[in-house]
Design a protein around this ligand. Structure first.
Ligand SMILES: C=C1C[C@]23C[C@@]1(O)CC[C@H]2[C@@]12CCC[C@@](C)(C(=O)O1)[C@H]2[C@@H]3C(=O)O
Ligand code: AKG
Length: 340
């Protein structure tokens, strides 16, 4: 990553020389959820990338189109109207400032809490049309998260098949979050080298079990491969993208690893609009390597999601949030690796 001289308005936002967002990586797996090998394919994709797209997912296009239209309407409303739903702390409308600890990006967003299958009262939506569209969409995402987590369990040989899915979509109210992001083109990049992009959303892993992302088909999303290389994800408006989160990494004792990802914003003509469902468990849920997946040493000590979430909200976006939860042997091995 190279930091360049930049306009004052971008002072606190990191500029990147990156693979061009349109230089797409063709290796991201697309899993056909209706296929006979879907569970094995999901696990293979989680192991290789911690990231994949799903097709034949059964989510009606109308549910997505309706929310996208409402999101575009919201972000096009006046600044005063948007500010009436902010500032994000952590929920509500936010612009440029991400989280509470100094992270900045070329993005505006609406971060909302979900209770079971609807927006929580703690996060009222700015309009009833947006609220209704979000509720329909989140209902569909819960179903998709359940399908994916059941397939992960099946593919890994974890029983019962619902063991992971129940943590997010079971009877006990879980900790789900929903986010709408808007990345306008960045005119301030004019005059800077053409391969220069601005950070839209800084690199990070998601703390939850699983996240499901949809975008309006505009490039910008990049993921880090296991060798650390950043690649651009080819946009696909018809697909959903699934991210493995930190909690699933711990539950599988590191067999599946959370994916580092980020969004870069350019100087193109089209805005990127994305919607992300973050599937977390109930606050009291204990997170530890599942006994069925524990062949050798546990890599992580047990914690509750509530503890992890609290620690996550104290951290910076790019931090390795799992490090304090590694067992001493693993932490020592990492320290040796970094020294050599
Ligand atoms: C800088 C931050 C934003 C974040 C909370 C945090 O302190 C670190 C984790 C971030 C993240 C990433 C995934 C989605 C999200 C809602 C979450 O649970 O953790 C965000 C938080 C946020 O945007 O407030
Ligand atoms: O907007 C995107 O495409 C991804 C953003 C993201 O990773 C997030 O909101 O956590």
């Amino acid at each position: 990553m190279v930091v360049l001289a930049k306009p004052a308005a971008l002072e606190q936002i990191t500029l990147l020389r990156t693979p061009e967002p349109w230089e797409s990586f063709s290796g991201i797996p697309a899993v056909d959820l209706s296929g006979p090998d879907a569970a094995a394919d999901v696990v293979r994709a989680c192991e290789r990338f911690g990231f994949f797209s799903v097709v034949n997912h059964g989510v009606p296009a109308g549910v997505v189109d309706r929310l996208e239209a409402e999101a575009v309407r919201f972000f096009a409303s006046s600044q005063a109207e948007k500010d009436a739903s902010g500032p994000a702390d952590p929920f509500g409308y936010g612009s440029k400032r991400i989280g509470r600890n100094g992270d900045m990006g070329w993005v505006e967003y609406l971060l909302l809490a979900i209770e079971r299958d609807a927006l929580s009262k703690a996060s009222p939506a700015p309009t009833s049309a947006l609220r209704d569209a979000i509720n329909a969409y989140v209902g569909a995402m819960r179903g998709l998260a359940r399908t994916v987590l059941e397939m992960v369990a099946e593919g890994l040989g974890v029983s019962p098949r619902g063991a992971l899915a129940d943590m997010v979509t079971g009877d006990v109210a879980s900790d789900q979050v929903f986010r709408l992001n808007h990345y306008p083109p960045c005119p301030l990049l004019q005059g800077l080298p053409p391969n220069c992009s601005v950070t839209g959303f800084g690199e990070h892993t998601d703390p939850q079990l699983v996240s499901i992302l949809h975008s309006n088909g505009t490039p910008g999303l990049q993921v880090a491969l296991h060798d650390g290389r950043w690649v651009s994800v080819p946009p696909n408006r018809d697909a959903f993208f699934v991210n493995v989160g930190d909690s699933l990494q711990v539950l599988t004792n590191g067999r599946l690893r959370s994916v580092r990802h980020r969004v870069v914003a350019g100087n193109g003509l089209k805005s990127r609009v994305s919607m992300i469902y973050f599937g977390g468990p109930p606050l009291a849920q204990r997170i530890a390597p599942l006994p069925q997946l524990l062949a050798g040493t546990p890599l992580y000590r047990e914690f509750t999601w509530g503890e992890y979430k609290k620690a996550a909200y104290r951290s910076r976006l790019g931090d390795n949030r799992l490090a304090p939860f590694e067992t001493p042997l693993v932490a020592m091995a990492h320290a040796d690796h970094h020294r050599s």
